[in-house]
Design a protein around this ligand. Structure first.
Ligand code: NDP
Length: 301
């Protein structure tokens, strides 16, 4: 029977360990969150981030410019936050409206206040194995593996998805932990064959239940980063093989949260896996808190 890698338990451990670090600082760490527009999912994420700050004693500020905000106005806000002493960490919630110059915004955040580690300087630090904040979601995956003592060194790791925020930094972090890493994407030929070689398979694709039994080697560890909503009953029935409980949940809730790997295939074939929800998701906020504390410690040293 596969081991379920419980992200909620690990999140709670990490947050517990963070408390003395916050208490040891002269002033509380400060996080500024910028949420542009009214995307309901982003509003929930931001609310959860601010609540996590509150629970840990981290000072937070929220800025919510309207969708009509210009890139120049956003850059001016970031500049103001870069200079504000009480703020150690700046997070701009993605996605941004299409008219905003996304990379100009990311590059405007001072690398010493880069809560997500997305600034090119910090991405470079990751490549060079230097110090700096690391992208939260892949850093959370590394915590899951480490805290469950899943061996990485010498293992074959396959990451599917090469985004700047998940896939690419994930591959680099696994490489630094001495895995032999293959990074796959939409142009990869014979994806299932590549995945079948994995001791550790990470799915970060953005397509519900895309990774199936043909991709999963028996006994592999599967990390499912995906968060997708499925509301079509036919699609849900196919993914959950008409499982009564899942179909009843769909009826009540109107949609189901599904990862990028088929949950039944993953449970059946893997030796250990992260469930969706309750796997990688809870760790992203915990790692944001850790980055904020780390940046604050550096600024207050
Ligand atoms: P992106 O859309 O930015 O990237 C998706 C990647 O998947 C791309 O590299 C793309 O390849 C690749 N891909 C798409 N289709 C295929 C295919 N048919 N075969 C192989 N590769 C494919 O997504 P993100 O990285 O932002 O997110 C990935 C998933 O993780 C999503 O489900 C998202 O919701 C979830 N997520 C979860 C978080 C959490 O806290 N748990 C945080 C962030 C994301 P190409 O580059 O060639 O286009």
């Amino acid at each position: 029977m596969a081991l379920i890698l419980d992200g909620i338990q690990i999140r709670d451990q990490i947050l517990q360990e963070a408390k003395p670090r916050v208490a040891a600082l002269k002033r509380p760490p400060g996080l500024a969150v910028v949420l542009v527009g009214e995307d309901p999912a982003s509003e929930i994420y931001v609310r959860n981030k601010i609540k996590a700050c509150h629970d840990l004693g981290i000072y937070s500020e929220k800025y919510a410019p309207p969708t009509s905000v210009t890139t120049a106005e956003l850059l001016a806000l970031i500049d103001q936050l870069n200079q504000q002493d009480t703020i150690d960490s700046i997070l701009v919630q993605m996605p941004l409206p299409a008219h905003i110059d996304f990379s100009a915004v990311l590059q405007a955040i001072h690398p010493s206040k880069d809560s997500d580690g997305f600034h090119p300087f910090n991405m470079g630090q990751l490549v060079a194995n230097g110090p700096g904040p690391r992208a939260c979601t892949p850093a959370g995956v590394m915590e899951v593996l480490r805290r469950h003592q899943i061996p990485i060194e010498g293992k074959r790791a396959v990451v599917v998805g090469r985004s700047e925020i998940v896939g690419k930094p994930m591959a680099l972090m696994l490489l630094q932990a001495n895995a032999t890493v293959t990074l796959c994407h939409s142009r990869t030929r014979a994806l299932a064959d590549e995945c079948q070689r994995a001791d550790i398979l990470v799915a970060a694709i953005g397509k519900p239940a895309f990774i199936t039994r043909e991709h999963i080697r028996k006994g592999a560890v599967v990390i499912d980063v995906g968060i997708n909503r499925v509301s079509d009953p036919v699609q849900a029935a196919a993914i959950f093989r008409n499982d009564e409980k899942a179909m009843a949940n769909l009826k009540v809730r109107g949609s189901l949260v599904v990862g990028d790997a088929n949950p039944l295939d993953m449970a059946e074939l893997s030796s250990a896996y992260t469930p969706v929800p309750g796997g990688v998701g809870p760790l992203t906020i915990a790692m944001l808190m850790m980055n904020t504390i780390y940046l604050s410690e550096r600024r207050q040293a």
